[in-house]
Design a binder for this molecule. Sequence first.
Ligand SMILES: CC(C)(COP(=O)(O)OP(=O)(O)OC[C@H]1O[C@@H](n2cnc3c(N)ncnc32)[C@H](O)[C@@H]1OP(=O)(O)O)[C@@H](O)C(=O)NCCC(=O)NCCS
Length: 241
Amino acid sequence: MYSGQILLGRENELFRAGFCLIKATLPGLLERSNMLHPSESMYFNTLKYDRRKTSYLLGRIAAKNAVLQQINQEVAPNSFSVTYGVFQFPVVKHLPSNNIQVSISHCDQIGFAVGFPEEHPMGIDIEKIDADKIEAMKSMICAEEFDKINTLPVSILIGSTLIWTIKEALSKVLRTGLMIDFKILEIGELKKEEESYTSTFKHFSQYKAVSYHVGDYIYSLVLPKNTSCDLVQFHNILRTL
Ligand SMILES: CC(C)(COP(=O)(O)OP(=O)(O)OC[C@H]1O[C@@H](n2cnc3c(N)ncnc32)[C@H](O)[C@@H]1OP(=O)(O)O)[C@@H](O)C(=O)NCCC(=O)NCCS
């Protein structure tokens, strides 16, 4: 499990986000289940399938650590909870610091979370590059976005997965999830930087996305466009997973 902080520079202010990445299977996660708040344990005990038990624990353990990094205080992980809002978005409760939010994603054995202050919205997503999902992803990508993929040195599969994760991460910022017309989430610019991909949104000009392709996965973070941050430590951690 790896966690750290990301400083978020604004014109006249500096915010901090905390992040956590965890790679584990169910037995290893169960050993850490004492991190759950009693209300989370109650929910966990209703889960029937190992796949969901795994994803729930990956998400909650990553979320707890990301939030602890964000608040930068010694707080027992089981003293606060990450519950659900009405559209299934995560809600942090019982924390001594107020207005802390978290975004969660999980895929296979990887859990990823970012904790951030309410003043500075963020959303994340991780997706496996999986040829079996290409048709579903392509059906949600418009002609202009395919043109953008074609300007990048990547396959259609990688490009489609990239666009998919960027849209999922934005949909988490908006708290709609993917129950939204995909056209509204349309990508504006999409560029390859040295180690990352950066993108903007046609209809959400106040946000940008930064994405990394590491191994079989694509990781995307959506954050306010005018925020400057150094993601080198985050990227190095992705490479060690
Ligand atoms: C939300 C959604 C984008 C998640 O994407 P995914 O690839 O399935 O899964 P990920 O691992 O990336 O993300 C899952 C996490 O997203 C978070 N999430 C779920 N709904 C969310 C929303 N509306 N806004 C922000 N975050 C949300 C949760 O924390 C969830 O993890 P958890 O259930 O373990 O807490 C996608 O599932 C979706 O849009 N579903 C349709 C909406 C839906 O079914 N809503 C339910 C009731 S209205």
